[in-house]
Write a protein that binds this ligand. Structure first.
Ligand code: FES
Length: 112
């Protein structure tokens, strides 16, 4: 059975998608038309792949590295459970992982 991720839109709509092991959350979102930008394509140079992890899942994720924490500090609307989608890799134990998409996009490259 393929693992799943549940994405919750800022408006609260849930979308469950197939999440192959070894793929990043960003890749999985893009394959399924989920609206996460990911401007630097996972190079840890933008922070536009910001996702908010459901608190129930936080303890199951590896802690962010220093570079990820540095970028997260720049995210608008940062939360206690914010992560970069490109740095989260799907594993079987994350089957059912629930992620909230932020309401406001943060973008270091094209400031609005
Ligand atoms: S896609 Fe740019 S930091 Fe994740």
């Amino acid at each position: 059975m393929m693992a799943k991720i549940v994405f919750l839109s800022a408006e609260g709509d849930a979308q469950e998608v197939e999440a192959p092991e070894g793929c990043s959350v960003l890749d999985i979102a893009h394959r399924n038309g989920i609206d996460i930008e990911g401007a630097c394509e996972g190079q840890m140079a933008c922070s536009t792949c910001h996702v908010i992890v459901d608190p129930a899942w936080v303890s199951k994720l590896p802690a962010p590295c220093e570079e990820e924490e540095g970028l997260l500090d720049l995210v608008k609307g940062l939360t206690q459970t914010s992560r970069l989608g490109c740095q989260l890799t799907m594993i079987e134990a994350l089957n059912g992982l629930t992620l909230q998409l932020p309401r406001r996009k943060s973008n270091l490259i094209f400031e609005d």
